[in-house]
Design a protein around this ligand. Structure first.
Ligand SMILES: [Zn+2]
Length: 456
């Protein structure tokens, strides 16, 4: 059968089976696999998707880790075709306050062409679309057009602390992959899918300062013990200047420049800054040493103070000298800025500028990069065109972070991110949802990509 007619058949079957597929997504979303809480409910989701893969003819198992298991599943296909590894995660974010949801987070509900529920888009619906695509291809042709491996993480929402170790243990069966596809996150715009080649890394940490062992009267004790809030204000000011440069000693030198092709692609994606500012209700751009917004999102590191806490914040005033202060921070890392080295530099900077301050590590991911001229990108883009009629938007980098480095760095494989979810999926927020047409389209896109890769 030709690729075109296979794809047409996939689309027809998806159309006929919409209700059944929705039911399967609902069954999966109903499991409250919140990795921040952990325990049996998370594992149960891993078991469920392992069994789904098994009934689809995959050789699927749980690979145990010190945390939640990684689901690993293989199914053959013509062996001389590219071997595709699809990464996703079966854990979900905590739902947050129930009152903020229009329907309970773990009782999936369909309204206005969307399914609402924690994990619908992030990430159960997105990898389930790939799983269903493989079932359809096998049903139509008796076998997959190319070998496919699924790696489904149970701890992505807590920073994938055991994924790298698991991937190292599974190296013999994973390193034979030719290409990794990760479907996570929303697309940047409604009308076209994104194909993303790189991710910024992240380093999350906390700075704590203490003064006396109790809060004191600012008149009687001001300037006697150090004020921990001033200590943090000065330390933070030494880490980033008013022009927006990160001034952590040695940090800037780590970054490596992007190749010309990537730089040109970033320039071509420059949004209208006025429109962007209006969309987020901000009066102006933050100071930064580069022109343009796209470069800030894709080619620059950021240091963000996520929270600064200490002292009195109640009504009127209280003339108190606080005894403790805390800053939560994250740094988004770009090419060359290895997360371990960045953390050493942060600690050394703190020791030098504020030796009394304690720096605590809260997790990290390295940046990841796959060159835009990677051999399989053209086939993947062709598959997307085949299913959607539109060329994807080729993005050198996504501003956020995913554990893609485990594949690019540990296994040395090219990896592409292909978000299948809608722009307004509200991942990590109340009323998370997946647009149903995106879910169905995702199945067709996945099938189309596997067919295109097999032909490449
Ligand atoms: Zn997430």
């Amino acid at each position: 059968m030709s690729e075109q007619s296979d794809l047409a058949q996939v689309t027809r079957l998806v159309g006929e089976r919409r209700e059944a597929y929705l039911g399967r997504l609902a069954d999966y979303v109903r499991l409250p696999s919140v990795s921040a809480v952990g325990g049996e409910p998370v594992r149960a989701a891993g078991v469920q998707i392992r069994d789904v893969l098994r009934s689809g003819g995959f050789d699927a198992r749980l690979h145990e880790t010190a945390g939640q298991p990684v689901v690993v599943a293989h199914r053959g296909g013509a062996r001389d075709r590219p071997h595709v590894l699809i990464y996703g995660h079966y854990d979900v974010q905590p739902p947050g306050e129930d009152e903020l949801w229009d329907s309970p987070p773990f009782e999936p509900a369909v309204r206005g062409g969307r399914m609402f529920g924690r994990g619908t888009a992030d990430n159960k619906g997105q990898h389930l679309a790939h799983v269903i695509a493989t079932e359809l291809l096998v049903e139509l042709a008796g076998e997959l057009p190319c070998p496919v491996t699924f790696v489904l993480d149970g701890e992505e929402e807590v920073g994938s602390p055991h994924l790298d170790q698991a991937v190292r243990e599974l190296r013999a069966e994973l390193a034979t992959a030719d290409l990794v596809i990760v479907s996570d996150g929303p697309t940047a715009r409604d009308d076209r899918l994104d194909l993303v080649y790189g991710l910024r890394g992240i380093l999350a940490f906390e700075l704590t300062a203490t003064g006396a062992d109790r809060d004191l009267h600012s008149g009687h004790y001001g300037e006697i013990p150090p004020n921990p809030l001033w200590t943090l204000v000065h330390l933070l000011a030494s880490m980033k200047d008013e022009a927006g440069n990160i001034t952590i000693d040695g940090f800037g030198e780590l970054a490596t420049p992007l190749p010309e092709r990537e730089q040109a692609a970033i320039a071509a994606l420059e949004p209208d800054p006025a429109q962007l500012l209006a969309s987020i209700g901000a009066p102006r751009l933050a100071p930064a040493p580069v022109a343009g917004v796209a470069r800030r999102q894709m080619a620059r590191p950021t240091l963000t103070i996520n929270g600064l806490h200490g002292g009195y914040g109640g009504p009127r005033n209280k003339t108190v000298l606080p005894h403790q202060a805390l800053a939560k921070c994250d740094i988004r890392l770009v090419d060359g800025q290895d997360a371990d080295t960045a953390w050493e530099l942060v600690q050394a900077h703190v020791r030098r500028h504020a030796p009394d301050v304690t720096a605590t590590w809260h997790g990290a991911m390295h940046p990841a990069r796959t060159p835009m001229d990677t051999p399989y990108a053209a086939a993947v883009a062709g598959g997307i065109r085949g299913a959607t009629g539109q060329e994807p938007v080729h993005r050198p980098t996504m501003g956020g972070s995913l554990p893609m480095w485990v594949f690019t760095r540990t296994l040395g494989l090219p990896a592409l991110v292909l978000p299948l979810g809608n722009v307004d999926q509200a991942n990590h927020a109340p009323n998370e949802n997946l647009a149903l047409d995106r879910f169905y389209q995702g199945i067709a896109v996945s099938a189309s990509i596997l067919l295109a890769l097999a032909r490449s």
